[in-house]
Design a protein around this ligand. Structure first.
Ligand code: PPS
Length: 302
């Protein structure tokens, strides 16, 4: 379907978004319908891409990157909501807009967001050797965060009960596919391409250290005072109160923060409040099997 036709669609959040498949990966239907245009997206050499599995710390990283690029200028970071400042290239919510159109209309240098697994990334990003920041989060907390996000966000399917969602996540039957394939695919690619691979848990434990890494990767040189300012303005508590970073500008019919706020807890280890003993055992067994072929490791508690 053409993007301009999508705009006329009646999707307004009164019903849950339907899903379909792109090469075996579940995606919201509007993304599937515009897949050819997404796949053929023309990245430019000076694009900076933030890539994540959903709920791995994307918005946090977007806010940090925007502040680094604007040398800690808080007023500039207040110019628009996150999804307007940094288009989400495969995101199409007919009543709100299309990330692809936003990106195409944006002047360079652009910072963009994607949740696509590496094998579905529009090829021009790697062909143009774009800088890519990838952030991964431990799968237990990632799953819990994604479950609550489904509950509050009508642009995703109904998650069902926690027990049902747990099985879907484990089997990769959620939008953007298997967490395992995602984090492992990008991990494998990081040494061949211009990719900085970061972890949510490291950002939580030592934000200044990770912000410095990001600053260096982006090619900026910021003094200590500016770095401290960025640490403060991108802390969970400050971002939670920031309407330009907490998704409160999205209509309530689509994202209902009274069901579960977008800025929910922002912690390491909240999975312990959700996983039963049996689920934890099942998860650990599955994790061991799926992570046997990678050097990638995760931290599950602070
Ligand atoms: S999305 O929809 O995929 O873009 O979501 P994403 O931004 O990747 O993930 C949302 C989770 O990240 C938490 N978050 C933060 N944690 C710590 N510090 C800061 N500043 C921060 N900003 C966002 C957010 O609360 C979601 O995690 P949960 O566990 O649900 O709280």
């Amino acid at each position: 379907m053409a993007l301009n036709k999508m705009k006329d669609s009646k999707y307004d959040g009164t019903e849950r978004m339907s899903v379909d498949y792109v090469q075996g990966i579940l995606q919201p239907t509007p993304t599937c319908d515009t897949w050819d245009q997404i796949w053929n997206f023309q990245a430019k050499a000076d694009d900076l891409l933030i890539a994540t599995y959903p709920k791995a710390g994307t918005t946090w990283t977007q806010e940090i990157v925007d502040l680094i690029q604007n040398e800690g200028d808080i007023e500039k970071s207040q110019r628009a909501p996150t999804h307007v400042r940094i288009p989400f290239i495969e995101w199409v919510v007919p009543s709100i807009g299309s990330g692809l159109e936003q990106a195409n209309e944006m002047p360079s240098p652009r910072t963009l967001k994607t949740h696509l697994p590496i094998h579905l990334l529009p090829p021009s990003f790697l062909e143009k050797n774009c800088k890519i920041i990838y952030v991964a989060r431990n799968p237990k907390d990632n799953m819990v965060s994604y479950y609550h996000f489904h509950r509050m966000n009508k642009a995703l399917p109904d998650p069902g009960t926690w027990e049902e969602y747990f099985e879907k996540f484990l089997n990769g039957k959620v939008c953007w596919g298997s967490w395992y394939d995602h984090v492992k695919g990008w991990w494998k690619a990081k040494d061949q391409h211009n990719i900085l691979y970061l972890f949510y848990e490291d950002m939580k434990k030592n934000p200044k250290h990770e912000i410095k890494k990001l600053t260096e990767f982006i090619g900026k040189n910021l003094d200590d005072k500016v770095l401290d300012k960025i640490v403060h303005h991108t802390s969970f508590d400050v971002m939670k109160q920031n309407p330009m970073a907490n998704y409160s500008t999205i209509p309530t019919e689509i994202m209902n923060h009274s069901i579960s706020p977008f800025m929910r807890k922002g912690e390491i280890g909240d999975w312990k409040n959700h996983f039963t003993v049996a689920q934890n055992e099942k998860f650990d067994e599955d994790y061991k099997k799926n992570m046997a072929d990678t050097s990638l490791t995760f931290c599950f508690q602070f």
